[in-house]
Design a protein around this ligand. Sequence first.
Ligand code: 5GP
Length: 179
Amino acid sequence: MLSGCSGVGKDTVVKEIVRIAPEFVISVSATTRKIRSNEKNGIDYHFLSAQDFDSAVSSNKFLEYASYCGNRYGTLKNEVEKYTKKGRNVILVIEVQGGKKVKKSRPDSVSVFILPPSLHELENRLRSRGLDDEESIIRRLKRAEFEIEESKNYDLRIINKNYAICAQDILEFIREIAP
Ligand code: 5GP
């Protein structure tokens, strides 16, 4: 399971991990967040209405779910099971509340938190990627401070200075503690 502040470059790092280690696969989460122009439904997320998300919660379809900056996000049980059945290692890219729930239910899971070089650098990255409006950027930066505090409970905390090196280091760590 992998977490990190919004804008820290998690997605690039995770894509690099599955590129160099094909035994890993990324779980596609469900969210009520609006789809961004660079995203595809079913690939980046399963984009659900609030009503459909509620109904998935009632039907016990989530392994975990949480609210984050005004939207909801959740890991679908069937997304994970379809890969674990085939013996593949699933990477959940989730925020810290979900991370806590997963660690509690699966203490054998490996938790990794990706840190920005600094909060100032994180703000620069969030602004330069141009995906969020000003209100969302401010919310995400505030949230980052809480997440960095929570990250002290993770098995590995790593600074993303270079995505390829970061991916390699994470992989080495996982292989060492969960061979
Ligand atoms: P974004 O809106 O930037 O795509 O994601 C916002 C946050 O939600 C990120 O920290 C991301 O890792 C987290 N997230 C994505 N999917 C899930 C999920 O299934 N469960 C939880 N708890 N968080 C998620």
